[in-house]
Write a protein that binds this ligand. Structure first.
Ligand code: FAD
Length: 341
């Protein structure tokens, strides 16, 4: 079999990182990324990019922990290299604070992030409305720079990237041996997945360079995540809302909530509002499927549905998707050599 041709549909953090993992695990593959949008126009560009996992109720915890650990280890190495600022990856310390003591005082990811510990009474004095807190250091991706860095690495390994809206995965069967579906919320239409739904998120990106620590309310709704250039203030979680228009009332509400956690934000400048649709599911869809029409088969690997945790989990799920692509290619090579006998 000649160099296997692999198409990756989608150019958000999941599509780009999956394409990169495929080039690493299958150097003989010819990989192409097809997407109707690239950075800066994807959901991944809107994200805060903090490595704090959200739990997927339909995925075993040990699997989620493995994905998170692989992602953390990968980005930690980048943060510790000369590439860190170009890739937009940096370490950030801060606090997750709770009004009531949470059921789970030790989340599954507590021994993956660095220096996780309960906050002291003295530290809690910064948050008079909160009774309990956790201090730790984690990683943050500045999303558009990270996506551009991934694109640059892909181009350097010879990956082709084309703007193309795919109406049906089957339309790719005559051009590619394996198709990888990383279409995010677009997968609802592309493969008719009714278990996938949008969770709308509105955030503000502000200039407030004096804010150095992250602050996250334990309910996950209000957060302040300092990046290299801008601070992301969040947020909202609106299930089944498809609106990409910013809502001015919500902007004021987010700003007020964040100022009540960090009053110095009243002096923030240059407030930009962004909206994205989290591709949400009970569990990430990470599996092989064989499409077939008239005796012709097309192996597909799905990797979508990362909801609120695409950045936290991307490298782990990309590695698994690349492994599944390897299985598809091994099966194709097995059948082509049997056909020659
Ligand atoms: P996308 O970025 O949406 O990419 C999908 C790609 O598929 C796009 O390029 C699109 O153009 C393409 N596509 C879709 N349909 C088709 C088609 N038919 N044909 C061709 N191309 C197609 N996660 C974290 O881990 N940490 C955070 O701090 C965080 N903060 C967030 C804050 C907000 C406000 C939001 C909205 C999300 C946040 N997330 C966060 C979640 C994260 O953004 C998502 O999980 C992640 O971006 C999903 O990546 P994706 O590549 O699957 O989707």
């Amino acid at each position: 079999m000649a160099a296997p041709k692999v198409a990756v549909v989608g150019a958000g953090v999941i599509g780009l990182s999956t394409a990169l993992c495929i080039t690493e695990t299958c150097p003989s593959c010819s990989v192409t990324v097809l997407s109707d949008q690239f950075s800066p126009n994807t959901t991944s560009d809107v994200a805060a990019g903090m490595l704090i996992p959200h739990t997927y109720p339909g995925t075993p915890i040990h699997v989620q922990k493995q994905w998170f650990k692989e992602t953390f280890t990968y980005l930690f190495a980048i943060s510790n290299s000369a590439e860190a600022s170009e890739a937009g990856i940096h370490l950030v310390s801060g606090w997750q604070v709770f009004k009531n003591i949470p059921k789970e005082e030790l989340p599954f990811w507590s021994d993956v992030v660095l220096g996780f510990r309960p906050m002291s009474e003295a530290e809690l004095q910064k948050f008079p409305q909160h009774r309990f807190g956790q201090a730790f250091m984690t990683l943050k991706c500045d999303c558009p720079p990270y996506l551009l860095w991934l694109e640059k690495r892909l181009k350097a390994t010879g990956v082709q990237m084309y703007t193309r809206k795919v109406a049906d995965l089957w339309e790719l069967h005559s051009e590619y041996n394996v198709v990888v579906n990383c279409a995010g919320i677009g997968a609802q239409q592309l493969v008719g997945d009714k278990k996938l739904f949008p969770v709308r998120g509105q955030v503000l990106k502000v200039h407030a360079p004096w804010v150095k620590n992250f602050i996250r309310d334990g309910d996950g709704l209000t957060y302040i995540y300092p990046g290299i250039h801008r601070v992301t203030l969040g947020g909202t979680r609106e299930k089944e809302s498809w609106s990409l228009s910013p809502d001015p009332g919500t902007t004021k509400d987010i700003f007020d909530r964040c100022c009540s956690l960090e009053p110095s934000l009243r002096g923030a400048q240059d407030i930009k509002v962004k909206v994205g649709l989290r591709p949400s599911r009970q569990s990430v869809r990470l599996q092989r499927e064989i499409l077939s029409q008239g005796g012709v088969k097309l192996p597909v690997v799905h990797n979508y549905g990362h909801g609120a945790g695409g950045f936290s989990m991307h490298r782990g799920t990309a590695k698994e998707a690349a492994r599944l692509v390897g299985e598809c290619i091994a099966a194709l090579q097995g059948s082509s050599s049997r056909a020659k006998l």
